[in-house]
Design a protein around this ligand. Structure first.
Ligand code: ASP
Ligand code: MG
Length: 405
């Protein structure tokens, strides 16, 4: 008998038929005597729709109220999933994040899990119930409803698997596993049998969209081995785990395109010590995730100034621009612009540590396609570039062909 945490994403619970399908899969495991905790997302499109509704009323709604609103999406699914299991004669009970003992900090819409006390989950499992937990949500110690950031159901599943010391954690989704690239954009993309946490982390944070990156970080920190697989068939998925020596043999494990980034450029920032700190501190305090930062060489000799660009998640663009605009009097920069039509293309592989000429090959491939590079950043195991969004998919296909085949 094993204790298994299974997470089903939005498309896997997208309609009543799919929810029944989830129940049948869960039944296979309970039939073998396994204990199953099921974590579900909101039905596909529901969260987006709730956000849209709120924004039709006000462009920057209160984040506390957004959490109250968005948490309803997952709450709908847990009840429906429990009902689907009941219809098969299986004992099951739904729990909100709070009821499952998930305690978070108070940063609304991006809360971090502080601790999990899964006493109630254990008790219900021991009574022979399937326990269905709402993903994406938690509660502060003061009892406020919080959410864990977009895609946060993954984090709920991984964190619960760690807290429950589960034998197995399965992330069921609408793809067969982790691919060398998004197969909808790159038809020749291949499914990977295994991938290291670090590679997965880069791919997730780069917008490969298979999983929320914070959940992979969490898995790495607590050594939770998990499998990403499809809820629509029985194919084996991709195992995500600690790096092994043989993984270095491959230079590029995957290529990803992040269309969810936007760029802010501050023009004419006085070039003197402390400016960058005064720009990025308030952004951090506003809980805005800054990704790439590029600062140009200084121009002008009397009072030199420089242009500074950085990228943020698209939904944070308005907020970021507002923060920067609020600093104009203090910093004395000339202007600020916001650009939404960018894409971030990245190649990722632990093999980059031991291979050379990787960047040159990537840039050369893009040059042949006549694609202009706007920003570049690198780490030990990845190279990212910002390009025009309209050229993103073409760039992705050519880079994938050059490195993966
Ligand atoms: N429903 C939330 C979202 O769409 C959380 C999740 O699906 O993981 O972001
Ligand atoms: Mg998701």
């Amino acid at each position: 008998m094993a204790l298994i945490v299974q997470k089903y994403g939005g498309t896997s619970v997208g309609n009543p038929e799919r929810i029944k399908n989830v129940a049948r899969r869960v039944a296979e495991y309970t039939g073998r005597g396994d204990q199953v905790v099921v974590v579900v997302s909101a039905m596909s499109g529901v969260t987006d729709n709730l956000i849209k509704l709120a924004k039709e009323i006000m462009p920057l709604p209160s984040e506390r109220e957004m959490d109250v609103l968005l948490a309803t999406g997952e709450q709908t699914t847990i009840a429906l999933a429990a009902i689907a299991l009941h219809s098969l004669g299986i004992r099951a009970i739904s729990l909100t994040g709070a009821q499952a003992g998930i305690v978070t900090d108070g940063v609304h819409t991006k809360a971090k899990i502080q601790n999990i006390t899964p006493k109630q989950v254990h008790r219900l499992l021991n009574e022979g119930q399937v326990v269905i937990v709402a993903g994406f949500q938690g509660q502060t110690v003061e009892g406020q409803i919080t959410t864990l950031g977009r895609g946060g159901s993954d984090l709920t599943a991984i964190a619960l698997a760690a807290a429950l010391k589960a034998d197995l954690c399965q992330i069921f989704t609408d793809v067969d596993g982790v691919y060398t690239a998004d197969p909808r954009i790159v038809p020749s993309a291949r499914k990977l049998q295994e991938i290291s946490y670090d590679e997965m982390l880069e791919l997730a944070s780069l917008g490969a969209k298979v999983m929320q990156s914070r959940s992979v970080e969490f898995a790495k920190k607590f050594g939770v081995v998990f499998e990403v697989r499809s809820s629509l068939n029985d194919n084996p998925g991709t195992l995500v785990k600690e790096e092994t020596a043989s993984m270095e043999g491959v230079v590029v494990r995957g290529v990803s395109l992040d269309k969810n980034q936007a760029k802010v450029t501050i023009i004419g920032v006085p070039d003197k010590p402390g400016m960058a700190a005064r720009i990025f501190k308030p952004l951090g305090e506003a809980a805005i995730n800054v990704d790439m930062i590029v600062q140009n060489v200084s121009h002008g000799s009397g009072s030199p100034s420089t242009d500074l660009s950085f990228t943020v998640d698209k939904p944070d663009l308005l907020k970021a621009k507002k923060v920067i605009e609020g600093l104009q009097a203090e910093l004395g920069y000339r202007a600020v612009t916001a650009e939404e039509n960018i894409g971030k293309l990245s190649i990722v592989g632990v093999g980059m540590r031991s291979h050379t000429g990787v960047a040159a090959k990537m840039f050369d491939t893009l040059a042949r396609e006549g694609i202009n590079i706007d920003m570049i950043s690198t780490s030990e195991i990845k190279i990212s570039i910002v390009i025009d969004l309209a050229k993103g998919e073409q760039a992705m296909r050519s880079v994938h062909a050059a490195f993966v085949g």
